[in-house]
Design a protein around this ligand. Sequence first.
Ligand SMILES: [Fe+2]
Length: 250
Amino acid sequence: MGFLNRLFQRKPQLPPVDWSVLQVDVHSHFIPGIDDGAATIDDSLALIERFVGMGYKKVITTPHVMSDYYKNTPEIILGGLEKVRAGVKEKGWDIAVDAAAEYYLDPEFEESIPEKKLLTFGNNYVLFELPFISEPPMLNDVIFKLQTNGYKPILAHPERYGYWYKNYAKYQEMLDRGVLLQLNINSLTGHYSPETKKIAEQLIKDGLIRFLGSDCHHIGHTELMQVAATQGALHELIASGRLLNTQLLD
Ligand SMILES: [Fe+2]
């Protein structure tokens, strides 16, 4: 009987978190037609409308910059940002839109750092991502180069790099090197993989996460966020006081 009870007993569902507490989203793909996110300005506005509805006050959108696939320059990104801002203004929505980038760590990125033309947000933060196959050999050099050029690196979705799952000390090492970690909200739903969810929960438990981002590419991601909103780990992270999202409002 105990077994059956356990089998059918559902965990009490938590109420959804109040997204407006975060105020600012730091990772998304809302500039139309320049990466694998919003394809048109209508797509961009439909996505931003969801963020307005969730109570966000600002989105810092971060198109991919990747030398093989998305050759996005600051001019391309900021030109697209103007279109998005004009659309938001026309709708009369109470949300600020800024743009930076999600830089893929490749040789071109490394070479571009000393030019000091990277798109940043907040406290000279640069959002960068790693390959999913293996840790790039120049990772530590790139971190050092970013820092000696005045940038503060933020690593996008560290919970998604499978090659670190058996090398968990890497996460603390990143923090020790001065890299801040940005978790994807939807990692907590199991959307990427069950292992990603597990590591995401562990990183929260160990107090290693400083930024939360939607990494929103399409409407499906905003719908998944409603699932993430009821996860205990997300409640725990928001209540921890460790997140820096709100510092980016001005
Ligand atoms: Fe992304």
